[in-house]
Design a protein around this ligand. Structure first.
Ligand code: ADP
Length: 894
């Protein structure tokens, strides 16, 4: 049927062409041919009145719209256009009657067939001028949209002088198909030729010579063959033909495609010519392309060029004829001109058709891509013209470029994707894998392609994966995600997260799977590490607090909750103590934030904190800022260690050390004092004893010496007694020796003992008994009581220069309270407790002034406590001191 179109093209050659002669043929036959063309046209066609009422449609129309001819007739062909397209249609076609040359007469639209298939249709409406009829052509352009069909289709449409089509097996040479025209011309039926080869109808050829002829096509050395020969009809008559032969691959079978031009068909009356000319013009102009015949010169001087040039270039056909306004060459992109000329020259020299793609500039300056196919027209081996067809392939080029680009993009996306990508066949083998997956698994592309994912999966993961894979195969799911493990070439196992989408065939079966895989081994590892760290934090023996960037608590561990007695809910959103300004000194607060904001760890020791119940404790705190990937602080982590016990031990240790040091110092002082206190009386005793030995001393002096010796002996004795007492107390040897005493007698005894000493210092000595003598009998350790009082009165006299010393007792409840009051130098308050400790004296210098070992008060205190009482004092410096002590009042026990 394309052959018919070509034969129509053929007839538009100018009458002066030698090659083109319309020979007489009965007009009805030509009409038949037109009818035949109309009937067999692949495009759906409807011929209608001006108002679009159909009066005939062709077979393709019936097929396309799935209705019979009778039903279509009388309907408007606009009924076969989706209603939403009609406004465009009207707008476009408005001018068709008034100005057919300039009216836009094409409309592309999407159409859904009754079978539910979506097709792209190109509606072209043309006016047949003489009879004022409209021809509406609905061309299925779905395939054009699909690109790959486009080129071969172009070829069919644009070949020239071809009207018979033969298709035969390239190997057996048996006919596969002959079109109506071929059968008609030969006088055979298709059946009769079914098992025949072209040799039958080509008397000039034997099988061998024919095979030799097609050899260049078979070997691929030539794309095309054009040759002249004779065809023999069934009735034995011959006719001259020109054969165009091309090799095609049809469903994996090589077939030869012959388009044959009958060179003897040359009869046509002038009127038939005229009429058919009109139709042909309509048809040719209805084609999206340009038919031309031109000189083989630099300008490509046009002898004929169809009006399609107007749509293509914006210039009219007339402008090009004989270069009247412009040359065709002038609209070819300068850069492409020599290439076009070269291509054409090359083909012509071999007498072969040429195909060339180049760019033109339209009247608006727009660039378009065109595809041109043509050939030289020879007469007696003399090139007389070029004939051909030019088609706009801009859109195609763009699509092609876009396709190549998107293919490239896809390929590079596939290869360089950061995820592993695979294309998997339904039998689980990998059809394609990308570089990333190769790196993930440690294999090369070659090693992985053709293998099944099963070969690389960890056994335990296969079932789950297989289950999903099968569900997809069965059509239950189209997509699945999964985490699984793969085994690398080096034996290591990696964790992978994958998502698979399946691409299905029209019948729903899976064509292939597309899978994207990400290596999550590190993530898994860090998840595990995080879990471990989480556990470590949770179970840490130290309290751990995590805050957000503002320092507000987000998390506390179990130890914190147990120790601080707060629950997480209670402290969440609060600030840890150390972050609160009121709990720390301004310097510490500033230092802390300065350190933390610099991203450094801040340490604070012995921070005083409080539990929920108010118990205070000391803690060591470490605050670490957590820096996120952007370098900003995201959290603070506080580790808190309770150091109360440690601090107590430390404090005790320090105190013990101080004490040890002090007692060491005190002992040194004591030894120093003791040696002094012992040496002084000893020296006196020894010295005066020696003097006593002198023969000539007066009795008075002798008396003085003896008294001095006695006095110093007492002093020595008292010191030794003190030391012995201390040793006894220290050894825990002192005992309570209870006996009955009369308190008033004890006071009197002490008075006698001290009155001389008091008089010597001119100090008044008084005592007061608060009980009558008869009632002053009590039970206690009389010796120790006397010793205590002796010691206190001795001190009072020692540290008093002027005034008086008064002593006595009072009875309070069950206690006797003794007192010794002086008007001496007094004792500073901070020494009140100290002086009761061993060897403690208020002033080292005063010691020397006043003498003494620093033992008296400590012995007194030990004795008071032994007797069941306590001792204390009140004093004012330079005014005097009062020592008081109690003992239980026990009357008449014995
Ligand atoms: P000693 O008197 O042998 O030094 P004590 O233990 O009796 O030792 O007294 C300790 C210290 O207490 C004295 O050295 C003195 O500094 C101070 N002291 C004791 N009694 C008095 C007092 N009545 N007036 C002022 N200081 C006193």
């Amino acid at each position: 049927m394309f052959g018919h179109i070509r034969s129509l093209f053929n007839k538009i050659r100018p009458a002066n062409s030698h090659k083109e002669v319309f020979v007489e043929q009965p007009v009805p036959e030509k009409h038949d041919m037109i009818k035949d063309f109309f009937e067999n046209s692949p495009s759906a066609m409807a011929v209608s009145n001006k108002d679009t009422t159909i009066f005939t449609v062709n077979k393709a129309f019936c097929n396309m719209f799935d209705m019979n001819r009778e039903k279509a007739i009388g309907e408007s062909w606009t009924n076969f256009i989706p209603p939403d397209q009609l406004p465009f249609l009207r707008e476009k076609f408005q001018l068709i009657f008034k100005d057919p040359a300039n009216a836009q007469t094409e409309l592309e639209y999407k159409f859904k067939t009754k079978a539910g298939e979506t097709k792209w249709l190109l509606l072209s409406v043309s006016l047949i001028p003489g009879i004022k009829k409209l021809v509406a052509t609905f061309k299925d352009i779905s395939k054009r949209k699909l690109l790959e069909e486009e080129k071969s289709r172009q070829f069919y449409i644009t070949g020239k002088s071809l009207n018979e089509i033969y298709i035969f097996d390239a190997v057996t040479l048996k006919f596969e198909y002959l079109n109506q025209s071929a059968l008609h011309n030969l006088g055979y039926t298709l059946d009769e030729l079914k098992d025949e080869t072209p040799i039958l109808i080509k008397p000039e050829f034997t099988e061998a010579s024919f095979r030799m002829l097609i050899e260049p096509l078979m070997s691929g050395s030539q794309e095309y063959l054009v040759f002249d020969t004779i065809h023999r009809r069934k009735d034995g008559s011959d006719y001259f033909v020109e054969v165009h032969l091309q090799l095609y691959l049809q469903e994996n079978k090589k077939v030869l495609f012959a388009v044959v031009n009958d060179m003897t068909e040359r009869r046509q009356s002038d009127s038939a010519l005229k009429k058919s000319h009109e139709l042909v013009e309509t048809m040719v102009n209805n084609l999206r392309g340009v038919v031309f015949r031109c000189e083989n010169d630099d300008n490509w001087t046009m002898k004929y060029i169809s009006s399609g040039i107007n749509e293509l270039s914006g210039y009219t056909a007339e402008e090009f004829i004989e270069n009247s306004t412009r040359t065709y060459s002038s609209i070819i992109e300068p850069a492409d001109r020599s290439m076009v000329a070269c291509e054409i020259k090359k083909s012509i020299s071999r007498k072969e058709p040429y195909t060339v793609e180049y760019r033109i500039r339209t009247v608006t300056g727009e660039q378009k891509w065109v595809w041109e196919r043509g050939r030289g027209v020879f007469e007696k081996d003399q090139l007389i013209a070029l004939e051909g067809f030019i088609s706009d392939i801009t859109e195609l080029k763009q699509t092609e470029e876009a396709l190549i680009k998107s293919k490239k993009e896809f390929q590079s996306y596939f290869d360089y994707s950061s995820a592993g990508l695979t294309v998997t066949a339904p039998d689980s083998t990998w059809i394609e894998v990308n570089q990333r997956l190769c790196r993930m698994l440690g294999y090369t592309k070659e090693e992985l392609t053709g293998k099944s994912w099963l070969d690389f999966s960890v056994q335990d993961d296969i079932d789950t994966n297989m289950d999903l894979f099968n569900q997809a195969l069965e059509g239950k799911i189209d997509y699945y995600e999964l985490e699984k493990r793969f085994i690398r070439k080096d034996g290591n196992v990696i964790d992978v997260s994958l998502s698979t989408v399946c691409q299905r065939n029209d019948d729903g079966t899976v064509n292939h799977f597309l899978t994207s895989l990400n290596d999550v081994t590190e993530r898994k590892k860090s998840e595990k590490l995080n879990r471990t760290l989480g556990k470590a934090i949770e179970q840490s023996p130290d309290s751990i607090v995590i805050t957000n960037a503002e320092g507000k608590i987000e998390f506390v561990n179990a130890q914190y909750i147990a120790f601080m007695q707060y629950s997480l809910e209670e402290v969440k959103g609060e600030m840890p103590h150390i972050f609160q300004k009121k709990n720390v000194s301004a310097e510490l607060y500033d230092l802390m934030w300065k350190t933390l904001h610099a991203g450094k760890v801040f340490r604070c020791e012995n921070f005083l904190n409080r539990k929920k119940d108010g118990t205070s404790f000391f803690e060591n705190i470490i605050v670490s800022p957590l820096i996120d990937t952007n370098g900003a602080i995201s959290n603070y982590i506080l580790t808190l260690k309770d150091v109360t016990e440690k601090k107590r031990i430390m404090d005790d240790l320090i105190a013990a050390k101080d004490k040890a040091e002090e007692s060491d110092r005190l002992k040194t002082a004591f030894l120093h004092n003791i040696s002094h206190e012992i040496r002084t009386p000893m020296n006196a005793i020894v010295g005066f004893s020696e003097l006593l030995d002198s023969p000539d001393i007066s009795p008075e002096r002798k008396q003085f010496f003896v008294e001095t010796i006695i006095q110093n002996s007492h002093q020595l004795l008292s010191i030794i007694n003190d030391i012995v007492s201390v040793a006894t107390i220290e050894a825990g040897q002192i005992k309570f020796n209870g006996n009955q005493i009369n308190l008033n007698q004890v006071l009197q005894f002490l008075y006698k003992q001290f009155i001389l000493q008091a008089k010597e210092k001119a100090i008044a000595l008084n005592y007061r008994a608060s009980l009558p003598d008869t009632e002053a009998n009590v039970t206690t350790d009389g010796t120790k009581l006397t010793e205590i009082l002796t010691n206190l009165i001795g001190n009072a006299l020692k540290f008093t220069k002027y005034g008086s010393v008064t002593y006595g007792y009072n009875v309070t409840n069950d206690f006797l309270e003794f007192y010794v009051e002086d008007t001496g130098i007094g004792i500073p308050a901070e020494m009140y407790d100290e002086i009761f400790k061993r060897f403690r004296q208020v002033e080292t210098s005063s010691t020397r002034k006043f003498g003494g070992s620093g033992l008296g008060l400590s012995i007194s205190k030990a004795y008071v406590e032994l007797l069941g009482g306590k001792i204390w004092l009140t004093s004012r410096q330079n005014k005097g001191s009062t020592f008081r002590f109690t003992i239980p009042l026990i009357k008449n026990v014995y």
